[in-house]
Design a protein around this ligand. Structure first.
Ligand SMILES: [Zn+2]
Ligand SMILES: [Zn+2]
Length: 238
């Protein structure tokens, strides 16, 4: 599993819908210590005390201080590639206001006649660095943050300091930022794009989709899915 950001009951019902059960999860990759990425770890650990949790040292240290149980930590250095069950996983440094936040590129080997595929996961980033841009272009399946609509954030009742944090270089990508990032890639091989980590208060799937029309004009074979945080079954595809 990649991140565990739902509380136990929600996590379990989502896993159940996908045909999995919590005790069957044997490893979790963690991007950073914010609770919307690791709140479900405690419940997973209770059900599987052998759970392997992959994280860098600083992230592990911060999360451990909030946990009663100790997972089987699998520490990595940010930027390095490691293996789990024959899958190569590369951690990607990202600019965000956490201790040592990362995204992941996961190289899945060929199976059932399907060629190998790289899945790249990039959420919670304040801006697109060169490394981020490189990894976007290399992804077959890309999960990218499209966190907020500028106007909705402006009009929201959030305090000014929080608005500034979200917009900052170490905050989140807006719909416009995500779109500009994709438009700036000269060549990219992505066939499937998931736009996620939408703010419940300051974004709507329709706004993200509207913005992405610009991308479709350049890349009409791209399959785009916007992940809706307001739905129980949180995916809408256009
Ligand atoms: Zn975060
Ligand atoms: Zn987050």
């Amino acid at each position: 599993m990649l991140d565990a950001g739902f509380p136990g009951p929600r996590l379990e019902s989502s896993l159940h819908k996908l045909g999995f059960s919590a005790p069957a999860i044997d490893a979790v990759l963690i991007t950073h210590e914010h609770s919307d990425h690791c709140i479900g770890l405690a419940s997973l650990l209770r059900q599987n005390p052998q759970l392997k949790v992959f994280a860098n040292r600083e992230t592990a240290r911060r999360i451990q201080s909030t946990l009663k149980l100790r997972p089987n930590w699998q520490l990595f250095e940010t930027g390095e590639t490691f293996d789990f069950r024959g899958v190569h996983i590369t951690s990607i440094p990202i600019p965000h206001d956490a201790a040592d936040p990362v995204g992941f590129a996961i190289d899945c080997p060929p199976s059932d006649g399907q060629p190998s595929k790289r899945i790249t996961w990039l959420t919670d980033l304040g801006h697109a660095t060169e490394v981020v841009r490189y990894h976007c272009a290399q992804a077959d399946i890309l999960v990218l943050e499209s966190n907020y609509d500028d106007e909705m954030l402006d009009l929201s009742k959030r305090p000014l300091h929080l608005k500034q944090r979200i917009r900052g270089k170490h905050g989140h990508l807006s719909n416009h930022d995500a779109c500009q990032l994709l438009l700036s890639l000269r060549e990219w091989r992505t066939s499937e794009l998931f736009l996620g980590h939408l703010s419940k208060e300051c974004n709507r799937t329709l706004l993200v989709d509207e913005m992405m029309n610009q991308i479709r004009q350049h890349k009409n074979d791209l399959r785009v899915t916007v992940v809706d945080p307001l739905e129980d079954d949180p995916v809408s595809t256009w």
